[in-house]
Write a protein that binds this ligand. Structure first.
Ligand code: ADP
Ligand code: GLC
Length: 491
C-alpha cells in the first residue's frame, strides 16, 4: 500500500502543535506496519536547511497560476521518505509556517496552501515513478487537494481527509477562487463554498472519499453544534464515511527511562527519582522548594480552545490549597499577560515561561506532580498521554481525546487499577477547581498517588494500534475505487 501523507508541519523540522508530532510519528509507524507512507510538506527554511546535501531533484511542478515549484526527495530525521515542495518565494520566509514574525497571518496563505493542495493532488495522479494509492490530507492546509482531484481528469488516488482541529477552517474571500484558478462550478454549498467564503476545510470534508478525526469521542462531538463549528450538518450527513482514530505518541521520544531532556531518568519502579525533576523544574520556574504541596503543570498553546482562562481564574484558590503552578506556553496576548500577572502576585508559587521550548516541555512532564488540560474541546491531545507515561496524573476536561485517554479517579476505577486522572464535565472555573482540589487531596495519600502514577505508566499509547487502524482504513478505501460522489450522495 502506497500512501502520500500531505501535511503543513512535521516534528522536529517545523512544529506549532500536535499535527507536527502526528506527521512524524504516524507515517513512521505505518512504515513499520508495512505501508509505504511518504510525507509531502512545504520547503520552509528549516526544511530546506535539513535536506540540503541529502536531497535529490525528483521533478518540477508547473501548476499555473502557481509559480513553478521543485520537488525534492529526501527523508525526515527519523528516516521516513520526504517530498519537499520547494518554492522559496512562498515558503522560505523568516517567520512561522502560518504567521509572520509580528504574529499576523501571512496575507497569501490561500496561495501558499493552495499550492500545497494542488501539488498533493498532482502527485496523487499517475505520471511519476511512485504513485500513491491513497492521498492522506491533514487539516485545512491540504483540504483543497480532494477538490482538485474531483475536477482533474483521469485516474487518481483515493482520498482521506483527517481533521485535527475543526476550528481552523482555512476561510478566504470568494475572490480567492480566481486567484487559485479554481472553477466557479465548485463554489456552491455542495462544494467548497461556506457561508459566502471559500473554505479549504469544507472543500476537503465535501470532496474526500473518507473522513477521519483523531479520537472516537471527537468524531461524535463534531456531528453536533457547538463543536461542529458550522460543519456539523455536512459531518453528520457523511457520518458513515467518518471514523475516529485515536492518536498515539512517540514512545521513544517520550520515555522517562531514556529522555535526555530531563534532570533524572526514572521508571515505574523508581518514581522517587521524579523528585529531582521536580526540584529542577522549580528552579527553572523560580518556584520555592519545600515538600508537601503538589506542583501542577501546563504546556500549551495559549488559545481559547485550551481553556486556560478557566485556570487563570482559579489560580489563587489553587495556590491556597496549597499548591504550586508552572505554566509553559505562548499564544494569545491576554493569556500571556494574565499568567505573568499571576506569577507576580504569587511569587515562588506560580511560575510562567512564555515561549515555545521543546526541552522544557519534557522537564515539565517529568517534574510536575499533576498535569492540567482544561480544554473546551480537544480533538485528541497529546500531552495527557505524555503525562501518563511520565507518571504525572492529569486533571482534564471530559471531552474529545481527553475523555478517551484519561480514566477518572473513583473508588471503582481505583479498585480495578484503571484510574489515571481527574475529569470534570462543565467548562467552568468551579468545575475545574473541584477537580484540582480532588487531585491535591489524592496527592496527599501516598499509596493512592503511586497507584495512579503506575496505572498511567502502564498504559500503551504507542502508535502501533492506531497505525493498524489507518492501514485497515486505507485498505477499505482502495477496495472500492472511485470517489463517493461517483456513487451519489449517501451511497
Ligand atoms: P495542539 O496541537 O492542539 O496544540 P496537542 O496536545 O495535540 O495540542 O499537541 C501539542 C504539542 O505541542 C505537544 O507536543 C506539546 O508538548 C507541544 N507544545 C505546545 N506548546 C508548547 C510550548 N510552549 N513549548 C513546547 N512545546 C509545546
Ligand atoms: C490538533 C488538536 C489536538 C491534536 C492534534 C494532533 O492540534 O488540537 O487535540 O492532538 O491536532 O492530531
Amino acid at each position: 500500500m502506497k500512501v502520500l501523507f500531505a501535511t503543513s508541519e512535521a516534528t522536529p523540522l517545523v512544529k506549532t502543535g500536535g499535527l507536527a508530532d502526528v506527521s512524524a510519528a504516524l507515517p513512521a509507524a505505518l512504515r513499520r506496519a508495512g505501508v509505504d507512507a511518504r510525507v509531502l510538506m512545504p520547503g520552509y527554511g528549516p526544511v530546506l536547511g535539513w535536506v540540503e546535501g541529502r536531497a535529490r531533484l525528483a521533478g518540477v511542478l508547473e501548476l499555473p497560476p502557481f509559480p513553478v515549484a521543485r520537488l525534492l526527495e529526501s527523508a525526515l530525521p527519523g528516516g521516513t521518505p520526504l517530498l519537499v515542495l520547494d518554492c522559496p518565494a512562498l515558503y522560505a520566509r523568516e517567520g512561522g509556517p502560518y504567521h509572520q514574525p509580528g504574529g499576523a497571518e501571512w496575507p497569501d496563505n490561500d496561495f501558499r496552501f493552495g499550492l500545497l493542495s494542488r501539488a498533493a493532488a498532482e502527485l496523487a495522479r499517475p505520471g511519476r515513478d511512485w504513485v500513491p494509492q491513497v492521498l492522506h490530507c491533514n487539516d485545512w492546509q491540504t483540504g483543497l487537494a480532494p477538490s482538485w482531484l474531483s475536477i482533474l481528469p483521469g485516474p487518481r488516488a483515493a482520498t482521506l481527509m483527517t481533521i485535527h482541529n475543526l476550528a481552523y477552517q482555512g476561510l478566504f474571500p470568494a475572490t480567492a477562487m480566481e486567484r487559485l484558478g479554481l472553477p466557479w462550478s465548485l463554489f456552491q454549498p455542495d462544494g467548497v463554498e461556506f457561508h459566502g467564503n471559500l473554505s479549504f476545510l469544507k472543500a476537503g470534508l465535501f470532496h474526500a472519499d473518507r473522513l477521519s478525526t483523531v479520537s472516537p469521542t471527537y468524531a461524535r462531538e463534531i456531528q453536533q453544534a457547538p463543536l461542529g463549528f458550522g460543519m456539523q450538518g455536512l459531518l453528520s450527513w457523511r457520518s458513515r464515511y467518518l471514523s475516529g482514530v485515536l492518536n498515539g505518541i512517540d514512545t521513544a521520544a517520550w520515555n522517562p527511562g531514556t529522555d535526555p531532556l530531563i534532570a533524572r531518568r526514572y521508571g515505574p519502579g523508581t518514581l522517587a527519582r521524579k523528585d529531582d525533576n521536580r526540584a529542577a523544574l522549580r528552579e527553572r520556574f523560580g518556584l520555592s522548594p519545600g515538600p508537601g504541596r503538589p506542583l501542577f503543570g501546563v504546556v500549551s498553546r495559549f488559545a481559547h480552545q485550551k481553556g486556560l482562562d478557566l485556570l487563570a481564574e482559579v489560580t489563587s484558590q489553587l495556590v491556597a490549597l496549597p499548591a504550586q503552578l508552572a505554566v509553559l506556553g505562548s499564544g494569545e496576548a491576554p493569556l500571556e499577560a494574565a499568567f505573568r500577572e499571576l506569577a507576580t502576585r504569587h511569587p515562588g508559587e506560580v511560575g510562567v515561561v512564555v515561549g515555545f521550548d521543546e526541552g522544557l516541555s519534557h522537564l515539565l512532564e517529568a517534574g510536575a506532580d499533576v498535569f492540567v488540560m482544561p480544554s473546551r474541546y480537544e480533538p485528541s491531545g497529546l500531552n495527557q498521554m505524555y503525562s501518563q507515561r511520565y507518571g504525572t496524573p492529569v486533571v482534564a476536561r471530559d471531552t474529545g481525546g481527553l475523555a478517551d485517554t484519561v480514566t477518572d479517579c473513583a473508588p471503582a476505577t481505583l479498585a480495578e487499577g484503571t484510574a489515571t486522572g481527574f475529569l470534570f464535565r462543565e467548562p467552568t472555573p468551579e468545575a475545574l477547581l473541584e477537580a484540582l482540589t480532588r487531585a491535591a487531596a489524592a496527592f496527599a495519600n501516598r499509596r493512592m498517588w503511586r497507584a495512579l502514577q503506575r496505572n498511567g505508566m502502564a498504559r500503551d499509547f504507542s502508535w502501533d494500534a492506531s497505525a493498524a487502524r489507518y492501514a485497515a482504513l486505507y485498505a477499505d478505501m482502495t477496495a472500492s475505487p472511485g470517489g463517493w460522489q461517483n456513487a451519489g450522495p449517501g451511497a
